[in-house]
Ligand binder design. Structure first.
Ligand code: ADP
Ligand code: ASP
Ligand code: MG
Length: 439
């Protein structure tokens, strides 16, 4: 019998009624033997995630201020879950220990990780399964980088000792035992890492949508669910802002050849999206697979006559970015012009210095930095086989009155990226979706 690892996101475990759904799902298939939970998420749109409240506690503790009021709200949510599920264990003792620990450790990682830790203890109790503390089996090196091979070894050995277990997501530890978290949304990575170490046949990622949707449901109304997606397409989409799965969650499972299935805890009979290693006939059935994008980029445009004949010009432009520790996203260029697209959060306050450096080292005819750019990626293997995809896309943007400020098509022909004004972002995304889906 094959093994399945099931990761449940924050909204899937936001209250007792969600815990009941999770138990039903887990017990419905005996292949589901390891479960990776997140911390309780939002119960409704105005709610606050436990993880966010834990970061607030840390910030107060750091300033030597009382975090009791915030922690009381956290404790209340966990107590409600435990009482409602009729569980018989010392939740008060556990909460007290964590409350004190936050004040003692004064570490953002330790504080935030307790959301998953407490939820993991509760879920293990509710399922009657073993609890494995992620601190002992998910390893980071001294610099705080995830130690994939070390983890795989230690975690694999530990899992082999348990027939069924709950392993909390989001955190692990430094070599000295201190807690270290992944970046936000990192329980997806923990789930993938557990799937690899367990040599699972399938990594199930249970969330609050019926699979990976063709576009962000907060922008496009009721977007279609994607039946099958390759890891490469997924990487393009998640890198560009389709945040349903953490972008680093792809590597451990892809490497091990394990497919990922995105499923909906609130609609368990829906097959969701299957993410696979290689494209197949299904990948070519539709002209595009999905659309994703995000805002806040700056376009640095450098112009100089005969640039293409000047040896080292491109290198000097990029050197200026490197000298200030800034990475770039795209590099569309022409014969006499070169553009560099940089995320605003990378650029920070260094824009003027970088421009000055490029002026000095490249002596361009003109250089200009314009902010307020949003990028949209239209992704899919089907684009290779379908003629006229680009024409359809640009026609849609033209008809929606959207000005295209930049175009970049990856050499793989797997995606077309357009840059538009931030103000046009949502309009452009809907226009592209409608051009390919509602026809
Ligand atoms: P979880 O808490 O289960 O990890 P997340 O909130 O991290 O869930 O991810 C699921 C959310 O991702 C959805 O509720 C949806 O709002 C958002 N999302 C953004 N883009 C997409 C997309 N293309 N398909 C599905 N969901 C998307
Ligand atoms: N609870 C963490 C967060 O909110 C990790 C996760 O949910 O994946 O970022
Ligand atoms: Mg998530």
């Amino acid at each position: 019998m094959g093994i399945r690892v099931a990761k449940f996101g924050g909204s899937s475990l936001a209250d007792a009624s969600q815990f009941r759904k999770v138990k039903e799902i887990v017990l419905a298939d005996p292949r589901r033997v390891y479960v990776v939970p997140s911390a309780p998420g939002k119960r409704n749109s105005s709610d606050i995630k436990i993880t966010d409240m834990l970061y607030q506690c840390y910030a107060l503790a750091e300033r030597e201020q009382s975090y009791d009021e915030v922690f009381d709200r956290i404790a209340q949510r966990y107590m409600e879950i435990v009482q409602d599920l009729n569980l018989d264990f010392d939740i008060h003792g556990l909460l007290d220990e964590v409350r004190k620990g936050i004040g003692r450790a004064k570490s953002p990682d330790y504080s935030a990780s307790r959301g998953e830790y407490i939820n993991g203890v509760i879920l293990a109790n509710y399922l009657g399964w073993d609890f494995i503390d992620a601190k002992d089996v998910i390893k980071f090196d001294r610099q705080g980088n995830f130690a994939a091979e070390w983890t795989n070894e230690v975690l694999g050995e530990e899992l082999a000792k348990h027939q069924h277990a709950v392993i909390p997501g989001f955190y692990g530890s430094f070599p000295n035992g201190e807690v270290r978290t992944f970046s936000r949304g990192g329980s997806d990575i923990s789930g993938a890492v557990v799937a690899r170490a367990a040599r699972a046949d399938l990594y199930e990622n249970w969330t609050d949508v019926s699979g990976f949707l063709m576009a962000d449901p907060r922008i496009v109304e009721n977007p279609r669910s994607i039946e099958q997606l390759t890891y490469r397409e997924l990487r393009e989409l998640s890198y560009m802002g389709a945040t349903v799965l953490h972008e680093d969650a792809i590597f451990p499972v892809h490497k091990a050849g394990i497919p990922t299935n995105i499923r909906n805890t609130n609609d368990p009979s829906h097959p969701g999206t299957m993410i696979v290693a290689q494209p197949s006939e299904v990948s070519y059935r539709h002209p595009i697979t999905g659309i994703a994008g995000h805002k806040d980029f700056t376009l640095i445009s450098v112009e100089k006559a005969m640039m293409n004949a000047e040896l080292g010009f491109g290198r000097r432009v990029l050197q200026a970015l490197e000298d200030f520790g800034v990475s770039f996203e795209h590099l569309p260029s022409g014969i006499d012009s070169m553009c560099v697209v940089v995320a605003d959060k990378e650029l920070k306050q260094r824009k003027d210095q970088i421009i000055e450096r490029i002026r000095e080292t490249c002596q361009p005819d003109s250089i200009e930095a314009s902010s307020g750019l949003a990028l949209i990626a239209t992704v899919g293997y089907g684009m290779v086989r379908t003629r006229g995809t680009a024409a359809r896309l640009f026609q849609a943007l033209y008809e929606a009155n959207v000005n295209v400020r930049m175009i970049d098509q990856g050499s793989s022909e797997l995606n077309i990226i357009v840059g538009v004004d931030v103000a046009d972002f949502e309009i452009a995304l809907r226009a592209i979706y409608n051009a390919f889906v509602n026809v």
